[in-house]
Design a protein around this ligand. Structure first.
Ligand code: CTP
Length: 409
């Protein structure tokens, strides 16, 4: 099952009596860890007030497509990009018809058309309207466009009739929404991830380290777990909590990270080195705290083992992904790393004053032998999911090719 922790859910509310349940739905989505923003159609506001949904979501409710104030803040394209998933609940018969046609004549239909995120609808309507061939053919059309349909349930309806057309209960919708993220793309595979900085001791109280927060590596580990993999995260010192459903092993130095990786790498199908491993360490760590007796102090440094290159050199090696943090010439530096370390893929990101380590957003350039793919600026959790989707497709293609070769030989 997927998780809603840190997921951005855009809830669309259309006009139907079940809209009274939307406030409860927002609360339950937030309780499950999601951030929720609400878009209402004009007729939804006849059933429940925007103020109610603003209060429970903690954000202003979006209603108008052609509103200069709204578009100057978070307009339809920003909302479409912001969402990790779009859930329309309740979805009226009219809304389903408009979705089937790909209309873009109000904010909600436009966001549904403009988003790359998964879209799900929870229909709610009178049973005659549900059973009408027009509605059924609209459902066939939207299903074909990969829109997921949650429900409806059968039972007694607000109009006094009995039959299919009741919106699923909020608790069921929360479960189904979380399952949108359980992609199964890495089912049966094991992924080993390194994250965070390392700490190279100078003496018992001092050391060499860097500003890596570990956020990207943890997000990659979480995304891999969500895609169905068994995940082992080997983390340097960070302030982050262990991610759910991930076996996290804490280490301190580059040497310790190297040794721990090699204890576990034999079972890994994929290795992703996100850690900002120190390239050098003091040649000798003092056993006692150094005293400032001299005016100058020279530290002799030696190279640390290159964990990533050592994994790529294994036979058989897992599908090996490196990270490259660069201030300039992104693609060129990444390609040099790809070739020198004999990797399958390098994910390069730009670092600078307000980009990279501590920031919550970033972009990635995926550099491979066969080409380059750009993942635009987005939250690290979303970026990590896009990276995992890309790696999963590559690993599947590689496995399919090797099965083909085995069959031929
Ligand atoms: N890496 C590693 N072990 C090291 C050093 C780096 O596994 N001892 C991994 C990192 O986890 C990352 C990639 O290698 O995936 C970064 O490559 P690296 O060449 O170390 O990057 P920089 O130090 O930034 O490279 P350079 O200074 O040579 O440009």
């Amino acid at each position: 099952m997927g998780s809603l922790v840190n997921k951005r859910i855009l809830l669309g509310v259309t006009g139907g009596i079940a809209a009274y349940k939307s406030a409860d739905l927002v609360r339950r989505l937030r309780d499950a860890g999601a951030e929720v923003r609400v878009v209402m159609t004009a007729s939804a506001t006849e059933f429940i007030t925007p103020l109610t949904l603003q209060a429970v979501s903690g954000h202003p409710v979006y209603r108008h497509l052609l509103d200069t104030d709204a578009e100057a803040g978070m307009g339809h394209i920003e909302l479409a990009r912001w969402a990790d998933a779009v859930l329309v609940a309740p979805a009226s018969a009219n809304f389903l018809a408009r979705l089937a046609q790909g209309r873009a004549d109000d904010l909600l239909s436009t966001v549904c058309l403009a988003t790359e995120a998964p879209v799900a609808v929870a229909p709610a309507m009178n049973q005659q309207m549900w059973n009408n061939p027009a509605t059924q053919s609209n459902l066939t059309a939207i299903r074909k466009n990969a829109v997921r349909i949650f429900g409806p349930a059968e039972g007694s309806q607000a109009c006094g009739e009995v039959g299919p057309g009741r919106m699923l209960e909020p608790v069921e919708l929360v479960t189904l929404t979380s399952e949108l993220f359980a992609t199964g793309e890495l089912d049966g595979l094991t992924v080993l991830v390194t994250a965070g900085p390392t700490w190279e001791a100078i003496d018992p109280v001092r050391g060499l380290t860097n500003r890596s927060s570990g956020k990207m590596g943890y997000a990659v580990a979480e995304a891999a777990a969500e895609a169905g993999a068994k995940v082992i995260l080997i983390s340097g010192p960070t302030a982050l909590a262990d991610p759910a459903r991930v076996r996290t092993i804490r280490v301190t130095s580059a040497q310790e990270m190297h040794d721990t990786v090699h204890q576990h790498v034999a079972e890994a199908n994929i290795f992703i080195g996100v850690a900002a491993v120190a390239d050098y360490r003091p040649a000798r760590a003092a056993e006692r705290k150094l005293k400032k007796t001299e005016t100058k102090l020279t530290l002799e440094l030696e190279r640390t083992p290159d964990i990533l290159a050592s994994v790529a050199a294994l036979r058989p090696a897992p599908f090996t992904v490196g990270f490259a943090a660069e201030t300039e010439n992104l693609e060129q530096h990444a390609r040099t790393k790809l070739e020198n370390k004999k990797l399958d893929l390098v994910a390069a990101n730009r670092v600078g004053a307000d980009l990279g380590f501590a920031a919550d957003e970033n972009s990635l350039l995926l550099v491979e032998h066969e080409g380059v793919t750009e993942l635009p600026v987005q939250p690290k959790a979303k970026l990590a999911r896009a990276l995992i989707r890309h790696v999963a497709a590559r690993v599947r293609a590689k496995n399919a090719a090797s099965v083909h070769v085995l069959r031929r030989s």
